[in-house]
Design a protein around this ligand. Structure first.
Ligand SMILES: Cc1cc2nc3c(=O)[nH]c(=O)nc-3n(C[C@H](O)[C@H](O)[C@H](O)COP(=O)(O)OP(=O)(O)OC[C@H]3O[C@@H](n4cnc5c(N)ncnc54)[C@H](O)[C@@H]3O)c2cc1C
Length: 413
């Protein structure tokens, strides 16, 4: 008789007495992408994760339901050490654009609204000044924005001009000596109902070129903003409709390095790339919630995660998450190599947001009826993903950018 099999029954407890093996905790970093970060970067990402899990997760659904921004969290945000991430000098913390991507992914993993608030302030508002501002403008505006003392927004979309912004904005800028007079409206502007500084894009009536202006919301005569009500997505983000009526802005507040729509596009290339990270984080959150639920929810006397068809959904979700993570990581490398083009950023935004829509729908499905109530978080990801899919250029607009690059033929009208 084989001695191993002879003694084994006395060493191991009978099968029925054995403790069930602990189930693996949900982990959306299947290909260990976070291991590509260095120790400092990882520490930043872990700090953000701890903040999001401890401070934001417990309260965010309440704010979402109330359609309100959690101002109570801002003091803790200031302590995170992420003010002006990916920007050098001017009181900004620096770091790579990849690190900013990881941070945005991490924030969206808990709450896409909070990631959008950050993306608008750091990416769009500070990014516009950093990319298109003069040295003097950077010195003046970026330090208080990096300290979160002044919060910014970015006004490009208009009530009548969304996807077609590149073909011509209706908001006008007319120079009168050292003053620019702005007239028009901006719609959907995130943070605008309460923030301090707006980057407003307007068409110069003299040369028909788009120019950027730094407008102080609370003190500039002719500037007013109304909160957009009744949204079904990203309800924590306060979006506004801005009206500019003979709004007078000094020449010193015109973004000096911005001369045309192409300069605006440099900002959008960076922020579209960030939305791809957010869309990836949104899927990570939905997948982790769904996996945990599948491990705990019993039907037919068994965890639903033990059923083959549920495992199929989970595996497909993880495939989407992992593919998107690898894609955004590669776009970060292209950016670091100075090779990231509009078409690369567009493909990342288009692909990750489509996969996100699929992933959050499967996550919601795993929750059955509970998937449509906010108490289980996954409904929030499901709703919020719709806004991420459409903002910063719709799916169709991204594909037109990609189509132009790969065919050499422009389908833009
Ligand atoms: C929650 C949220 C936050 C936002 N935040 C900001 C912000 O902070 N700042 C800002 O400036 N903007 C912001 N936006 C605006 C956003 O970028 C626009 O909604 C987006 O660009 C689409 O514009 P639109 O809504 O006017 O849709 P439209 O341009 O009217 O498009 C409607 C539909 O028609 C399709 N379409 C249009 N033209 C074509 C074409 N040529 N071929 C094929 N299909 C076409 C579009 O893809 C879309 O499906 C935000 C939007 C949302 C929803």
């Amino acid at each position: 008789m084989n001695t191993v099999t002879a003694v084994a029954p006395t060493l191991a407890p009978a099968k029925k007495d054995r403790q069930p093996k602990p189930l693996p905790p949900p982990n959306s970093d299947f290909y260990e992408l976070y291991e590509t970060l260095n120790a400092d970067e990882l520490a930043t990402v872990k700090r953000v994760r701890a903040f999001m899990e401890a401070k934001v997760a417990p309260v965010i659904t309440k704010y979402w339901v109330e359609d309100a921004f959690p101002f109570e969290l801002l003091p803790a945000v200031k302590e995170l050490g992420i003010g002006g991430l990916a920007m050098k000098g001017y009181g900004c913390v620096g770091g790579s654009l990849a690190l900013l991507g990881f941070v945005q992914m991490e924030i969206a993993r808990i709450d896409p609204s909070f990631a959008t608030f950050m993306g608008v302030h750091i990416g769009l508002a500070m990014g516009s000044i950093y990319i298109d501002g003069s040295e003097e403008q950077k010195q003046k505006w970026l330090p208080p924005m990096a300290r979160w003392e002044k919060i910014g927004c970015f006004g490009r979309t208009e009530p009548l001009v969304g996807s077609g912004a590149g073909a011509g904005l209706l908001t006008t800028a007319k120079r009168e000596g050292d003053i620019w007079v702005l007239n028009g409206q901006k719609r959907w502007i995130g943070n605008s109902p309460w923030c301090d500084v707006s980057i407003i894009w307007a068409r110069d009536v003299a040369d028909n070129q788009v120019k950027g202006f730094i407008v102080e919301n609370k003190t500039t005569p002719g500037f007013s903003v109304e909160k957009i009500q009744n949204k079904i997505a990203l309800k924590v983000v306060q979006n506004g409709q801005i009206t500019l009526r003979d709004c007078r802005v000094p020449e010193a507040n015109r973004l000096q390095a911005d001369a045309s729509f192409r300069d605006t596009a440099r900002v959008l290339r960076m922020t579209r790339y960030l939305v791809a990270w957010e869309a990836t984080g949104c899927q990570m959150g939905a997948y982790e919630h769904a996996l945990k639920y599948a491990q705990e929810r019993l039907q037919f006397g068994k965890p639903i995660g033990s059923f083959q068809l549920v495992q199929d959904l989970l595996a497909k979700m993880l495939g989407n998450v992992t593919a998107c993570q690898c894609m955004v990581a590669r776009t970060a490398q292209l950016q670091a190599e100075g090779k990231l083009g509009d078409h690369h950023a567009a493909l990342a935004k288009a692909f990750t947001t489509v996969r996100m829509r699929e992933t959050v729908a499967w996550a919601r499905e795993i929750f059955g009826g509970n998937g449509i109530v906010l108490d289980y978080d996954v409904a929030r990801f499901f709703a919020d993903s719709e806004a991420l899919y459409s903002y910063e250029g719709t799916y169709q607009m991204q594909n037109l950018i990609i189509g132009k690059a790969i065919t050499g033929l422009s389908a833009f009208v």
